[in-house]
Design a protein around this ligand. Structure first.
Ligand SMILES: [Zn+2]
Ligand SMILES: [Zn+2]
Length: 116
């Protein structure tokens, strides 16, 4: 039932489980949290455009912007606060070595990441 990513890996080098939608990811999180006493929450991946789970303390609250698209044709994650976008930038820099900037979404109340 769980699909593994072929582009995204955990810090331990294991492929991450991918979900096609935030609804499916939330179901996966609910199941894992019940079954394994985890504290996982879904997030939209900047890299593959699909959804993974991560521990809640690493969460940077975001939704999906209905207007803005990234270079792969996926809708961009919309971070509700500048602090959340900055936290995500810091995590990606540390874990994946990518340098991203942030900018305010021109259409919605929130922030996007952008490749410099
Ligand atoms: Zn991914
Ligand atoms: Zn936007």
């Amino acid at each position: 039932m769980n699909r593994k990513s072929n582009s995204c890996y955990s810090r331990r080098g294991e492929p991450l489980t991918v979900y096609d939608s935030d609804f499916q990811a939330q179901e996966g999180a609910d199941y894992a949290n019940r079954a394994y006493d985890n504290n996982l929450a879904p997030y939209k991946c900047e890299k593959c455009g699909l959804w993974h789970l991560s521990p809640q303390d690493r969460q940077t609250p975001s939704t999906t912007c209905p207007i803005c698209m990234d270079g792969n044709g996926y809708h961009k994650a919309l971070y509700r606060s500048k602090a959340a976008a900055e936290k995500r930038v810091a995590i990606l820099r540390k874990e994946e070595g990518v340098r991203l900037g942030i900018y305010r979404c021109p259409y919605h109340d929130g922030w996007h990441l952008t490749k410099k």
